[in-house]
Design a protein around this ligand. Structure first.
Ligand code: GTP
Ligand code: MG
Length: 139
């Protein structure tokens, strides 16, 4: 089985959508195997989004991720990396299909960086890197 790192971003925690998001993960057939609510240190956010360093939206993205606590979790299931990305929908919540987390529950709120409720690892290599970063003690 595969594992993926999932984050409920600060907008999702503030809007109290954590339960709805976990519900969708579990109803799809995936399991949560580690989870906590935490405020992220800046260094962790910068490391997590290292691929975007230097892009115009990098600072707004980091500020957004520091604007409140997130719920961090590791999910497990066959092909769960791709399955969770499909469940999340497109990065731009206006383009995300209805039926997806972003398509159903998020919209453009006029901020510099789009607030799109969730993060999910985008490849097995990213998942391994991100799980080590957020849950270094997970076996
Ligand atoms: P994450 O799950 O957060 O990693 O989103 P993603 O994988 O769908 O998108 P990506 O990793 O490419 O970008 C990370 C975050 O940066 C996105 O969730 C957006 O908030 C923001 N972002 C990405 N691309 C753009 C862009 O072109 N413009 C702006 N303003 N923000 C962007
Ligand atoms: Mg990404």
């Amino acid at each position: 089985v595969e594992r993926s790192l999932v984050l409920v971003k600060p907008d999702g925690v503030k809007r109290a959508l954590t339960g709805a998001i976990i519900d969708r993960i579990e109803r799809k057939g995936m399991r949560v195997i580690a989870m906590d609510l935490r405020s992220l240190p800046r260094e962790l956010v910068e490391e997590h989004y290292a691929e975007h360093q230097g892009k115009p939206f990098f600072e707004p993205l980091v500020s957004f991720m520091l604007s409140g606590p997130v719920v961090a979790m590791v999910i497990e299931g066959h092909r769960c990396i791709e399955a969770f990305r499909t469940l999340s929908g497109a990065t731009d919540p206006v383009k995300a299909a209805p039926g997806t987390i972003r398509g159903d529950l998020a919209t453009d709120v006029g901020t510099t960086v789009v607030q799109n409720l969730v993060h999910g690892s985008d490849s097995p290599a990213s998942a391994e890197r991100e799980i080590k970063l957020f849950f270094p003690d997970l076996a």
